[in-house]
Ligand binder design. Structure first.
Ligand code: PMP
Length: 424
C-alpha cells in the first residue's frame, strides 16, 4: 500500500469506527509507527523531531520504564485493596519532592480523575461548591471538569457554580495583583449568587490560556485571596509537574506557595496511564470520613513501578536541570528570531515549557492566528512536531521530552526560521 492509500484507509476507518468526536492534528495527518528518545519514526524510517509530547519526559520507549513495567507485570498486578510495598514506596518518594505540608497521596489513571477527585475533596472540606478557573482553562474530560474547561469552547457550557478569571498576562510587577483582583471579583460574584467558593483551580503554567509563567511569585496573592474566602487552592500540575519548568520540580514552587491539593498526570508514567494527587492531611480528612476511595487501576503495582522508574531517571540524570539549561537556550534562540521575522512576538515560559507568541503587530499584540496554523503545518512538513495554544491559537506550544538537547533546539529553530521565511 502506498502511504497515501494507507492514510486514506486509516482516515476512513477512524470515521467509521471512532465516530466524529476525535480530532487529528495537522492538515495532513501524521502516522508514526515507532518512537525513540525525542524522535518519532514513520513507516519509511524518517525521523520526526518531537517538540510536543510532554507525556514522555524521558523520551519515547525509554528502556528503564519499559523494563520496569514488564518486570512488574510478569510478577503481580492487582488493585489497592491488598497490601503492597510499591504504592507506599512511591508515595514516600513523591511526597518527598513536595513541601512537608502535603502529607497524603492518592492515585488515579488520568489527570481528569485527579482533578475531579480534588474537587470532591475541596467540597467535602469547605462545604462549598463554587469553583474559580481561568478564562481559557482546560482541566479534564469528566462532566464536572468539562464545565470548568472553557477552552473546550462551543462544546461545553460553563457551570453555574463556576467563575472565570482573566489569565495572568503581562509578566510585570502588577500581574499578581491583577490576577488576585480577578479572583476576589469572582468570589464576590459567586457570593452574590448565594454560592461560596470551594476552590481556585489553576494550571500553574497556564498552558491552554497561552503560557504565562512570569514573574515568579505572582500566584501568591491569589492563593491568599481564595483562602480568605474560605476556599482551597488546587495546583493543577498535569502540565508543569515533574521538573519541566527547570526552576522547580513543581510549577507551584516557582511561586513560593504551598497548595492545599496538587494534581498531576501526563509525564508521571512516561506514557503509562498513571496520575494522582497530593493533599494536606487536614484537607483530606472530611472526604475520608464521608466517603471511601477506590480506583480499580489507580495505584496498581505496574503503574507504581512505571512512575518510580520515571522519578529515578529524572533525578539520576538531572533532567530538571537539563530542562532549565536547554529551555533557557531555546527560548533565547526563539526570541532572537524576532530580529528576522516580524511575526515573532514574545518568547515566554520556564524550562522546557515554552510559548512563542505570533503577532501581526508587536505594539498591539494582534494575534497571528492563521499564520500560527501555517507555521504548525509548515513545521509538520519539515518533520518537526509542535502545536499552538491560547484563546486565539497564536501561541506556539513547545514542550518536548526533557531529554531535549541544544542540538535538537538548534534543529527546531532552523526549521522554524525556514517556515517563517515562507510567510514573508
Ligand atoms: N489538566 C491539565 C492542565 C491538562 O492539560 C490536562 C490534559 N490535557 C488535564 C488536566 C487532563 O488530563 P488527562 O487527559 O490525563 O485526563
Amino acid at each position: 500500500m502506498t502511504e497515501k492509500k494507507t492514510t486514506d484507509d486509516l482516515l476512513a476507518r477512524r470515521a467509521r469506527l471512532l465516530g466524529p468526536a476525535y480530532r487529528l492534528f495537522y492538515d495532513e495527518p501524521f502516522h508514526p509507527v515507532r518512537g525513540e528518545g525525542v524522535w518519532l519514526y514513520d513507516a519509511a524510517g524518517t525521523p520526526w523531531l518531537d517538540a510536543y509530547n510532554n507525556v514522555v519526559p524521558l523520551g519515547h520507549a525509554r528502556p528503564e520504564v519499559v523494563e520496569a513495567i514488564a518486570r512488574q507485570a510478569a510478577v503481580l498486578n492487582t488493585h489497592t485493596r491488598y497490601l503492597h510495598e510499591g504504592i507506599l514506596d512511591y508515595a514516600e518518594r513523591l511526597l518527598a519532592t513536595m513541601p512537608p505540608e502535603l502529607g497524603h497521596a492518592t492515585f488515579t489513571c488520568t489527570g481528569s480523575e485527579a482533578n475531579d477527585l480534588a474537587m470532591r475533596i475541596a467540597t467535602a472540606h469547605t462545604g462549598n461548591t463554587g469553583l474559580i478557573v481561568t478564562r481559557f482553562a482546560y482541566h479534564g474530560v469528566t462532566s464536572a471538569l468539562a464545565c470548568a474547561s472553557p477552552s473546550l469552547g462551543q462544546y461545553v457550557r460553563v457551570g453555574e457554580h463556576v467563575r472565570l478569571v482573566d489569565a495572568p498576562e503581562g509578566g510585570d510587577a502588577t500581574t499578581g495583583q491583577r490576577f488576585a483582583d480577578g479572583v476576589r471579583a469572582a468570589v464576590a460574584d459567586l457570593e452574590a449568587h448565594g454560592i461560596a467558593p470551594a476552590a481556585l483551580l489553576v494550571d500553574t503554567v497556564f498552558s491552554s490560556d497561552g503560557v504565562f509563567t512570569a514573574p515568579t511569585g505572582f500566584l501568591r496573592e491569589a492563593v491568599e485571596a481564595i483562602h480568605a474566602a474560605g476556599g482551597v487552592f488546587i495546583a493543577d500540575e498535569v502540565q508543569p509537574g515533574f521538573g519541566r519548568t527547570g526552576e522547580a520540580f513543581w510549577g507551584f514552587m516557582r511561586h513560593g506557595v504551598v497548595p492545599d491539593i496538587v494534581t498531576m498526570g501526563k509525564p508521571m508514567g512516561n506514557g503509562h496511564p498513571v496520575a494522582g494527587l497530593a493533599v494536606r492531611p487536614e484537607v483530606m480528612k472530611a472526604f475520608g470520613q464521608a466517603s471511601r476511595y477506590f480506583n480499580t487501576f489507580g495505584g496498581n503495582p505496574v503503574s507504581m513501578a512505571a512512575a518510580s522508574a520515571v522519578l529515578d531517571v529524572i533525578q539520576r540524570n538531572g533532567l530538571q536541570d537539563n530542562a532549565l539549561q536547554v529551555g533557557n537556550y531555546l527560548r533565547e534562540r526563539l526570541a532572537a528570531l524576532g530580529q528576522r521575522h516580524a511575526l515573532v512576538g514574545e518568547a515566554r515560559g520556564a524550562g522546557l515549557f515554552i510559548g512563542l507568541e505570533l503577532v501581526t503587530d508587536r505594539a498591539t499584540r494582534a494575534p497571528a492566528t492563521a499564520q500560527a496554523a501555517k507555521v504548525v503545518n509548515g513545521l509538520r512538513q519539515r518533520q518537526v512536531l509542535l502545536s499552538a495554544t491560547g484563546p486565539q491559537g497564536n501561541v506556539l506550544k513547545i514542550r518536548p521530552p526533557l531529554v531535549f538537547t541544544r542540538e535538537h533546539a538548534d534543529l527546531l529553530v532552523e526549521r522554524l526560521d525556514e517556515v517563517l521565511g515562507t510567510l514573508g
